[in-house]
Design a protein around this ligand. Structure first.
Ligand SMILES: [Zn+2]
Ligand SMILES: [Zn+2]
Length: 115
């Protein structure tokens, strides 16, 4: 069953799009593209119940991050995880909260600037 974008409702293919989660609250969301995180977060971040498929918050993706991708502060237990699906690749970033994920998405995500 294809997932749907939490903002615009289009189907999000497994090898494409973004998945977000708040592991502590067992809440999740999906996005067809980075830009759709922005209005979703501004409108109050309406999560769905659930966890990310195949992504255990205890394992590598989250544990290896440790710091917010936006402000670089150490994460506490209510962090938000964002995973980009690109073919077989899963590229994870973590944030203090949905607001920092929003700021990061607004700025173009991981591909902003020369970093
Ligand atoms: Zn969308
Ligand atoms: Zn932050």
């Amino acid at each position: 069953m294809p997932e749907q974008c939490s903002w615009c409702g289009v189907a999000v293919a497994d090898e494409d799009g973004f998945r977000a989660a708040e592991p502590a609250g067992e809440r999740r969301a999906a996005f067809c593209r980075l830009e759709h995180i922005v209005p979703w977060a501004i409108q109050g971040a309406r999560w769905e119940a659930g966890t990310l498929n195949g992504l255990d918050p205890e394992d590598d993706a989250a544990a290896g991050l440790g710091r917010c991708a936006q402000c670089a502060r150490p994460l506490d237990e209510t962090y938000v995880l964002l995973v980009r699906h690109r073919g077989e690749h899963r590229i994870a970033d973590a944030f203090c909260d949905p607001d920092h994920m929003l700021e990061w998405a607004k700025a173009g995500g991981r591909w902003r600037g020369a970093a």
